[in-house]
Design a protein. Structure first.
Length: 295
């Protein structure tokens, strides 16, 4: 089920009582402080990690990708900017539908997989820029305005106000953001397990409420639609499942193994030839059409 509403340009004192960009920064700092180890599976410079993500995303996120693309205002003449493009989760299926796609992605492994997919599928209208969005100079790195600017589940910037202003400036028509409303399934697992395992609290990252506030304070009154976000982990054996989550949650002692096993026990289910752990959360589609009078 989807729910949508529009933030109207009317006085709303609660949105202006605080600096929402500072709240974003504070939540982001707390979130980063709770990560006491580097999960090597999230190093997107490594090609093997990017290949694993690509393989998982193409089956697991197929419905989300189709819904996302169907909800974009695009034509065969559209120029699209995809920020945080990953291995081409959106860029590759978008490419045949538009004139060109510029994919901004910092991970070397992700860029390598994206380029290989494009070559394999005969796609020639995708250009990759290996940089963080924060480091992009619109005048130097980009080629003019884009009809559509997208940032799909890639809003990890520390200063979200600057990031959003730059996205708005790069667009001639539409900007689409996709971000978490509540804790996604994998983050709920961290929140449940981090303190029992490591003795310190896990702090979730900033969510869409901060985005609403920052956009409002920028004078952008965005359309907002709520969508379900599914996450599924599939394993061949229970040993594979246990090994995966032990690495993810940095489980190294017998006592930690007991905590993790007890947590996972009610969550996993057996399906044909697979052991599955899954959950559902909510994410927001936030979009606006540029006021060309202000350009």
């Amino acid at each position: 089920m989807r729910y949508s509403f529009v933030m109207c340009p009317v006085p709303a004192p609660p949105w202006n009582d605080v600096d929402w960009n500072e709240i974003w920064k504070a939540r982001q700092r707390l979130h980063e402080s709770s990560k006491h180890f580097d999960d090597p599976s999230h190093n997107w410079n490594k090609r093997e990690n990017a290949e694993r993500y690509d393989s998982t995303s193409r089956c697991e996120y197929d419905d989300r990708v189709q819904i996302t693309i169907a909800g974009l205002e695009i034509t065969k003449n559209s120029r699209v900017l995809d920020i945080g493009a990953g291995p081409g989760t959106l860029a590759i299926p978008l490419a045949p539908l538009v004139k060109e796609v510029t994919a901004v992605e910092p991970g070397a492994g992700m860029i390598s997989v994206l380029n290989e997919r494009a070559r394999r599928e005969g796609i020639t209208n995708v250009t990759c820029i290996q940089k963080r969005w924060e480091d992009i100079d619109c005048n130097r790195d980009l080629s003019g305005y884009y009809d559509v600017v997208i940032a799909s589940l890639s809003l990890t910037m520390k200063d979200i106000r600057d990031a959003l202003e730059k996205m708005d400036a790069a667009s001639s028509d539409y900007v689409y953001l996709f971000w978490f409303v509540d804790m996604p399934f994998w983050e709920r697992m961290y929140a449940d397990l981090w303190e029992p395992l490591h003795g310190s609290k896990y702090y979730p990252g900033p969510k869409a409420d901060c985005l609403f506030g920052v956009l409002y304070q920028l004078g952008i009154y965005a359309n907002i639609e709520m969508l379900p976000l599914k996450k599924e982990y599939r394993f061949t054996t229970s040993d594979d499942m246990t090994a995966f989550f032990r690495r993810r949650f940095n489980v190294t002692t017998p006592a930690q193994e007991i905590v993790l096993d007890r947590y996972l026990s009610p969550l996993f289910r057996h399906e044909e030839h697979a052991i599955v752990v899954s959950g559902v959360s909510t994410f927001a589609k936030i979009w606006w059409k540029k006021d060309k009078k202000k350009m």
